[in-house]
Design a protein around this ligand. Structure first.
Ligand code: UDP
Length: 363
């Protein structure tokens, strides 16, 4: 039986690969699960594997923080050793992290086919490390699973040589599959009354003291209370840039540790609006089980579908424009669409069917 390898490295990759792993289990398809350890601690990775009922990784590379070039080198070498030994039928990677790039490069050098889940996203913002990674991976992938027609058009315009399929984004599958479970199992006590749920973690934002300062000041002056589950990177930068005390002293701002998926889903369902620089959360906001307006803390988004459908507004990085977009999100009365532009919750099923058709899985 051909054995695929499912490769993950960070929190969003675990969440977006979970529906594919569930679909493999449902049809009795064997697979190997490799975790790169780009995120490897309970808060940022293990709790997601438990909540989403993923198996223990067959291989977990424990990667220490360090310079990105050294880390990429170590990952390619270690991942290459696993691939040489296991000879999988395909390597499935998801998204745009350094782990994805390393996994794809190792597979490419060993002549093993690559399936890229969430292919074809483009922000055209070359300050984002992710924009480089997603372009590179798309160009060495054999099978490209584009979430939307627009992402397929991006790939067609770049003449990628692999075969492109429009499947929807598996994050919508995850939201739909887990929403009611999250309501049952989440123990988070949401603040009483209206609140905005915020997250910030992108390197090009939080590593810049000026930008991070604008974000924190916007939260302090926000017209609605802000609940901010804090990514470890952001916490460290707030301390380093002397923003920590100002933030914790503000009564308008509630800082939480990074949350598990069920708690986060529960808060997304309960909040009035979402404010974020995350990629995945822009998609989740459009899921039929969430349907919230979202203020995007960036200059550009690789998810313009959310803007076009009326869910999102790209606010930029300065305090005044963030506050202005938050007022839009709170006051806009036009009803949000019932359906997500990122799919109908059956993306994993389609991807697994295609893998069967091309002989990458199956008996
Ligand atoms: N998320 C979570 N807990 C948190 C913050 C985010 O479970 O405290 C989930 C969220 O539901 C989404 C994913 O993490 O599915 C987004 O990850 P992140 O923002 O780190 O990465 P990006 O999507 O920007 O690559």
């Amino acid at each position: 039986m051909p054995i695929p390898i499912v490769f993950t490295g960070t929190r969003p990759e675990i969440i977006k690969m979970a529906p594919i792993i569930a679909a493999f289990k449902k049809i009795g398809q064997g697979f190997l699960f490799v975790h790169s350890g780009q995120h490897y601690d309970y808060e940022m990775s293990i709790q997601f594997m438990r909540e989403l009922e993923l198996p223990e990784p067959d291989f977990a590379i424990k990667l220490r923080a360090g310079d990105p070039v050294g880390r990429l080198g170590i990952l390619i070498r270690k991942f290459g050793e696993i691939l040489r030994r296991e000879r999988p039928s395909i390597v499935l990677v998801e998204g745009d992290t350094d782990s994805v790039l390393a996994g794809a490069l190792a597979a490419n050098k060993l002549g093993i086919p690559i399936g890229h889940v969430e292919a074809g996203l483009r922000s055209y913002d070359l300050r984002m490390p992710e924009e480089h990674n997603r372009r590179l991976v798309d160009h060495i992938s054999n099978y490209l699973f584009a979430p939307t027609q627009r992402s397929k058009l991006n790939l067609d315009a770049e003449s990628v040589w692999g075969k492109v399929y429009v499947t929807g984004n598996t994050i919508i599958d995850s939201c739909i599959n887990n929403a009611s479970k999250a309501e049952r199992l989440s123990k988070i006590s949401a603040p009483s009354g209206d609140f905005a749920l915020a997250t910030i973690h992108r390197a090009e934002n939080v590593d810049d003291p000026r930008v991070l300062g604008e974000f924190i000041q916007a939260f302090i002056e926000s017209p609605i209370r802000i609940v901010l589950p804090l990514h470890p990177r952001t916490r460290a930068r707030m301390r380093r840039f002397n923003l920590w005390k100002r933030a914790v002293d503000s009564e308008n701002l509630t800082i939480l540790p990074p949350l598990g998926y069920f708690d986060f889903l529960a808060l997304m369902r309960r909040c009035r609006i979402i404010v974020t620089d995350s990629g995945g959360i822009q998609e989740e906001a459009t899921a039929p089980v969430i349907r919230k307006r979202v203020v995007v803390l960036r200059y550009r988004t690789e998810r313009p579908e959310a803007v076009e459908a009326g869910f999102a507004r790209v606010a930029g990085l300065d305090k005044e424009s963030i506050l202005e977009s938050m007022r839009w999100a709170l006051e806009e009365r036009r009803p949000l669409p019932e359906e997500s532009p990122f799919g109908d919750g059956r993306a994993a099923e389609r991807i697994v069917d295609i893998l069967g058709e091309v002989g990458a899985i199956g008996v």
